[in-house]
Design a protein around this ligand. Structure first.
Ligand code: NAP
Length: 352
């Protein structure tokens, strides 16, 4: 028996994605579960692996995020049973506690250091998954692995956001819109920046209290201070990196916190060291989170009623098309891919 999997051929490139036949992973051994994967969501990291910016093994099965249904459990597995809806972990080797040496790289991350979830069936250690939020669709659940957990850790676990806080999120991609929703659900006020007025309108519809077009107002740090009566915001969810950090430092309050998550606006650049010191601000780099944090996040979602904002969902055979769409920057929130594992490819479906 074989199954179809979406892989990237070295040295990478979206035009070098292809569907390969792989052996069916079979029955789960002790401590493992077999999962029928129904959906994945696209992250910037997946795009960098797919387009070859992050080199990976030839034939690597793509995608860090996977959501699906447990088909069978191996000996000793008590946490899951067949029929459970589950979602994968970004760092399956990081169960709990502080970040360790092993999570300083992507060697254990699905879709990068190990095979990912662009495949209809996988067998993995049970600890590579958590339960999905109750009654969520597969594409919705797939957004938790990378985007959701990052926003949760940045704002809640490490940020300690509380009612009445002010939060600044940059742009309207997956992490930022999830952070907007999360901050609102925690009782915070949120400012959103975007290059598009139409997207800012959508952000308002999702609860943004203040919006600024960062193309029209390149000094949006000042706008953030004005919005907070000169004080500055308590938290910045910083996805731009080098190109936006100076404005984020300008935006943050004295004693505030900047969670450095992404590098959409550049990997290297000047850090405004003196301004950062004068602000007594904390700048923390972070990458996603651990399994325990994901379990806590899922528990919170089961109560909050918050659902992810899905911009567009593609079919299995359209993964390359989905990456092109993501790369265009047209999306607001998350881009996903969803399929039925027993028929990942509809007849005649093209490969993007
Ligand atoms: N550290 C982690 O654990 C972690 C986890 C997830 C993602 N990330 C990183 O976080 C970043 C965002 O990821 P994502 O998945 O949310 O990406 P995404 O969905 O592709 O978000 C892209 C959006 O970011 C906005 N953007 C681009 N350049 C910008 C700039 N110069 N200033 C402000 N906004 C800008 C744009 O919003 P508008 O169209 O509204 O302008 C764009 O649509 C990436 O660098 C990714 O690698 C890190």
């Amino acid at each position: 028996m074989t199954v179809k999997a979406f892989v990237v051929r070295a040295p990478g490139g979206i035009n070098r994605l292809q569907i390969d036949e792989r052996p069916d992973p079979g029955a789960p051994g002790p401590g493992h579960i077999r999962v029928a994967i129904h959906a994945t969501s696209l992250n910037y990291h997946d795009l960098l692996v797919a387009n070859g910016t992050i080199p990976t093994a030839d034939g690597r099965v793509l995608m860090s995020d996977g959501a699906g249904v447990v088909e069978a459990v191996g000996e000793g597995v008590t946490e899951f049973q067949p029929g459970d809806h589950v979602v994968s972990c970004f760092f399956p080797q990081w169960p709990d506690g502080l970040p360790r040496q092993e999570v300083g790289n992507f060697a254990g991350t699905p879709g990068d250091g190990i095979d990912g979830f662009a495949a209809p069936y996988v067998v993995r250690p049970a600890t590579a998954f958590t339960h999905a939020p109750r009654d969520w669709g597969f594409a919705e659940a797939a957004t938790i692995t990378t985007t959701g957990l990052t926003a949760w850790r940045a704002l809640v676990v490490d940020g300690g956001v509380k009612p009445g806080d002010t939060v600044l999120v940059l742009g309207t991609g997956g992490v930022s819109i999830t952070a907007l929703q999360l901050a609102k659900s925690m009782g915070a006020a949120v400012m959103v920046t975007s290059s598009s007025d139409a997207k800012l309108e959508r952000a308002r519809a999702h609860g943004a209290d203040h919006v600024v077009n960062y193309r029209e107002h390149p000094n949006w740090g000042e706008k953030a201070r004005a919005w907070t009566d000169g004080r500055g915001v308590d938290h910045v969810v910083e996805v731009g990196g080098a190109g936006t950090l100076a404005q984020s430092v300008d935006a943050v309050r004295v004693g505030g916190r900047i969670a450095l998550i992404g590098a959409l606006a550049g990997r290297e650049g000047n850090v405004p060291t003196a301004a950062l010191m004068r602000k007594h601000a904390r700048l923390q780099g972070l990458i996603v989170g651990n399994r325990r944090q994901q379990q806590d996040y899922v528990a919170a979602l089961n109560h909050s009623g918050q659902r992810p904002v899905l911009d567009r969902t593609f079919a299995f055979g359209q993964l390359a098309e989905a990456f092109h769409y993501q790369q265009s920057g047209a999306h607001f929130g998350k881009v996903c891919v969803e399929w039925h594992p027993s028929a990942p490819l509809a007849t005649g479906q093209r490969l993007g």
